[in-house]
Design a binder for this molecule. Structure first.
Ligand code: 13P
Ligand code: ZN
Length: 271
């Protein structure tokens, strides 16, 4: 059996949480990540028949029965993951009943998975239904994205359009746009269901005045989506209080999307 602390998926979780903390997206225990793992790969590092604890999830994740995820812990600080993965991360498998998480590794101090597990697992189900290769769901509180929530209308078309205008590459990176939810109570099944509904259409979902969710095939792709939104929001926050003299026109955004061959939300442009 190989040493789990050398597993590439543990390394990725360590590197990503450290990076997100460094960027100021995850103060205190803010943010959470879930990463769908390959059972065969996990079995190289763990006895997958050894269940350490069973933890009820409080919702039904039937399509994910038998699936294994590495997830961040509830109340755990992203800044600490790199030096103490076994207490801050956990590997869970969804049990046969669809409503229990079997702990296979981690949460060593008695902790449990993120309070946002409903939003994560429901989003995995939603993304897998439209993209069988989706593996990562990531949530964080990026500063400029959050700041923008207070001064910009929380409307999917308007918010996406403004973000697309802020950097040339935006429409190419997230041509499907950004879904938006109003402020809702977090950590609940309701916000999970609402997020998952949006995830059928979008890989990015803003939680009004809270943060953002991203979904992708890899850690890099998911991180890159949020990073690009945050960069656009930063440009917006640096310029919103000043007269706008130049902008990327809708016809130019269309030109970009067509040149790079991406399927974009035409209805989010005013052509
Ligand atoms: P957890 O510490 O439970 O992951 O919660 C952090 C968070 O960002 C809630 O939305
Ligand atoms: Zn949060």
């Amino acid at each position: 059996m190989k040493d789990i602390l050398t597993a590439p998926f543990v390394e990725e979780m360590k590197a990503t949480t450290a990076n997100m903390y460094r960027l100021g997206w995850d103060e205190r225990n803010g943010g959470n990540i879930s990463y769908l793992l390959d059972e065969k790969e996990v079995a190289e590092y763990l006895d997958i028949n050894n269940v350490i604890r069973e933890i009820p999830t409080g919702f039904n994740a039937e399509p994910l029965i038998g699936k294994i995820f590495i997830v961040t812990g509830s109340g755990k600080y992203f800044k600490n993951v790199i030096n103490d993965p076994v207490n801050n991360l956990g590997i869970i498998r969804i049990a046969e009943d669809g409503t229990t998480a079997q702990l296979l590794w981690g949460f060593a101090d008695g902790g449990r998975f993120t309070s946002e597990l409903p939003a994560h697992l429901m989003s995995h189900m939603a993304r897998l239904s439209v993209d069988p290769e989706n593996r990562v769901i990531m949530h964080c509180h990026p500063t400029n994205t959050l700041a923008m929530n207070y001064i910009h209308e929380l409307d999917e078309k308007k918010l996406t359009h403004t973000l697309w205008e802020m950097c040339t590459e935006c429409i190419v990176v997230f041509p499907d746009g950004v879904g938006v939810l109003p402020w809702m109570l977090c950590g609940t099944n309701s916000i999970g269901e609402a997020t998952a509904e949006k995830m059928k259409e979008f890989r990015l979902v803003v939680w009004g005045m809270h943060g953002i969710y991203g979904a992708g095939k890899t850690m890099d792709e998911t991180f890159g989506l949020i990073e690009t939104v945050e960069k656009a929001a930063q440009i917006y926050m640096l310029t919103a209080h000043m007269p706008r003299i130049n902008t990327i026109k809708d016809a130019e955004m269309q030109e970009l999307a067509e040149f790079f061959g991406v399927q974009y939300r035409k209805d989010f442009l005013n052509l």
